[in-house]
Ligand binder design. Structure first.
Ligand code: TPU
Ligand code: MG
Length: 568
């Protein structure tokens, strides 16, 4: 029998589609409802199976892989697996990443026979997982017959790729190995939807109108820019205009920080480089892929108060006009051709530009501080580094760093799940073995997903984890303190050695002084056989001014009393 005659199955169909859209690693946790499916996926020579320690981590690893690769897949078992994986799926939704969540499910005969099955609620309902998945994906499908699989799989994947959102595919345990027809050309799934020409033209004209007569335009870049694949076009537009370009915190690195037009991170009271002064001085604000949420607006204190032009991933809104199906790269590319040069905001910014900081260099024997950690991490950054910053003071420390040309920055500010950075950096680094991945993470966050370090050990991924041990949930302390912000201390360096067991090559180091940190970083730089975790111990009260300021505003936004119920 030739290879072509071999029985082709639903599982093979899914495997082929995943490979065809450029997925090379699939993140999995096995369970009896997905075992045949996993066999089929691993039989595809283009896919490498990556086992994870649990489904939360598995979904977060896939989330990180999607950041690097553009799309990812997470394969789990029914309910006990999928309900945990919903968390990383929610992250992918919030962060605009096409993560394909695949779950095995009960044998198709059981629902009709009123069987009570394991890993279910025990009430005979097997539809709840699919119903729940609909809320956190852009397209959820449950395959009920093998004949339907090609259509449903293609539909879910296409929706995810187009919307840059997760999708959900449920495959019953007795269908993964069932016969299936072969797929047609992948272009039917991946083909890009271009802008509506009339809407694109009208939006372009409206942009000219919006900018005409404006003296002080500023561009504000948001995190959806990269998700829309429009970084090159934004750069062209910025250079054609010559104006100041500020960046939201979640978009750090999406406009080159060494570019002369980069004016800093616009984050209200905790902005860098006087970005807030220039944004508030503007009389026209071109918002590109921006997200204004309570965190990015510092508890609603930093919402721009002039009429905005907002270009989103697939639509553009102006004061008084809206244009659907205008794709961001095409819109920005067109705008770059038509705008006129106006560098007023750059001229003004150059008068405001803060002097470079002269950072204090600690003596080797000095007790380690947050500032000294940042100073030393800054020196680690080069064109091939990718820096992950976790919820906590690591956000604020990371945002302050200056990214050299080529350095990448990853943050999960919309979903904000503590512990994200460990599995996400693992998934990301699998795709980018040539980059040096560094994680800045707090002790509290690390405890949420620490097991995934063992996958870095297993797959010998040389990630450097800078674990900042301030003995608790400091970000929460700054928002609202209580006994619940204290946590059990761990011997983190020893934990890493435990993950090594007999065959791993991870290093766990402790830095109590500036000199010890420098030595540990030098060890990490040379260590390629697995991760290096450096536990940096700092004083409990040593946190950034920015975190304290931001925390006060977020706390008062959280504490607003209920308004009267509306009458409608
Ligand atoms: O630097 P630092 O001490 O603030 O960071 P650490 O130690 O990682 O503490 C983070 C504390 C924290 C919590 C408990 N930040 N946000 N939260 C709330 C929270 C709870 N559960 C999840 C999954 N995500 C959250 N953001
Ligand atoms: Mg902490």
């Amino acid at each position: 029998m030739s290879a072509h005659d071999k029985k082709f199955t639903v599982g093979d169909y899914l495997a082929q589609r995943l490979a065809e859209i450029g997925i090379r690693h699939h993140f999995v946790v096995p369970g009896d409802y997905n075992l045949i499916l996993l066999d089929k996926l691993s039989a595809n020579p283009n896919l490498t199976e990556i086992g994870c320690a649990n489904e939360l981590n598995c979904s977060m690893a896939a989330e990180g892989y999607a950041r690097a690769n553009g799309a990812s897949v997470c394969v789990v078992t029914f309910s006990v697996g999928a309900l945990s994986a919903f968390n990383g799926t929610g992250s992918a939704y919030a962060e605009n990443l096409p993560l394909i969540l695949v779950s095995g499910s009960p044998n198709t005969n059981d629902a009709g026979q009123f069987h009570i099955l394991h890993h279910t609620l025990g009430n005979g309902d097997y539809t709840y997982q699919y119903e729940m998945a609909k809320k956190i994906t852009c397209c959820a499908v449950a395959v009920a017959r093998a004949e339907e699989a090609p259509r449903l799989i293609d539909r879910a994947i296409r929706h995810a790729l187009l919307a840059r959102k997760p999708c959900y595919i449920e495959i019953p345990t007795n269908l993964a190995g069932a016969s299936c027809v072969r797929p047609g050309p992948i272009s039917a799934v991946t083909d890009y939807v271009v802008s509506d020409p009339a809407a694109l033209e009208a939006a372009g004209n409206c942009a000219s109108e919006y900018l005409s007569g404006k003296l002080k335009p500023v561009i504000l870049v948001g995190p959806k820019l990269r998700r829309a694949g429009a970084e090159a076009e934004l750069l062209r537009l910025a250079e054609a205009m010559g104006c100041a370009v500020a960046v939201q915190p979640a978009a750090k690195g999406m406009f080159p920080e060494d570019h002369p037009q980069f004016v800093g991170i616009f984050w209200g009271q905790v902005s860098t480089g006087a970005a807030d002064t220039i944004v508030h001085w503007a009389d026209a604000l071109i918002c590109v892929g921006t997200v204004f949420n309570d965190y990015s607006t510092v508890g609603w204190t930093a919402v721009p108060d002039i009429p905005l032009m907002a270009a989103d991933m697939d639509h553009v809104t102006f004061p008084g006009a809206h244009f659907s199906r205008v794709r961001l790269p095409e819109f920005l590319g067109r705008l770059a051709e038509q705008v006129s040069f106006n560098d007023t905001t750059m001229v003004e910014y150059n008068r405001l530009r803060p002097d470079p900081l002269h950072l204090h260099v600690a003596a080797p024997e000095d007790a380690l501080t947050r500032k000294e950690i940042s100073r030393q991490v800054q020196e680690m950054l080069g064109p091939k580094t990718s820096l992950f910053v976790e919820t906590g003071d690591s956000w604020f420390n990371g945002i302050q760093l200056k990214l050299p040309q080529g350095a990448q920055f990853e943050i999960e500010m919309q979903w904000g799940h503590i512990g994200w950075s460990i599995p996400a950096s693992f998934g990301y680094a699998l795709h980018y073995p040539e980059r040096r991945t560094i994680v800045m993470v707090g002790d509290g966050s690390f405890q949420v997903t620490a097991q995934e370090v063992s996958q870095m050990v297993r797959f010998r991924i040389p990630i450097t984890i800078i674990l900042i041990n301030n003995r608790g949930y400091t970000i929460e302390v700054e928002i609202h303190d209580g006994s619940y912000n204290k946590i059990k201390n761990w011997d983190y360096a020893m934990l890493i050695r435990a993950f090594n067991s007999t065959d791993g090559d991870a290093k766990g180091l402790v830095a109590n002084t500036a000199g010890e940190l420098a030595e540990a970083i030098a060890v990490a730089a040379k260590h390629d056989g697995g991760p290096t975790l450096i536990e940096c111990t700092i004083d409990q009260d040593d946190c950034s001014r920015e975190l304290i300021t931001w925390g006060h505003y977020v706390a008062s936004a959280n504490a607003r009393p209920p308004r009267h119920q509306r009458e409608d």
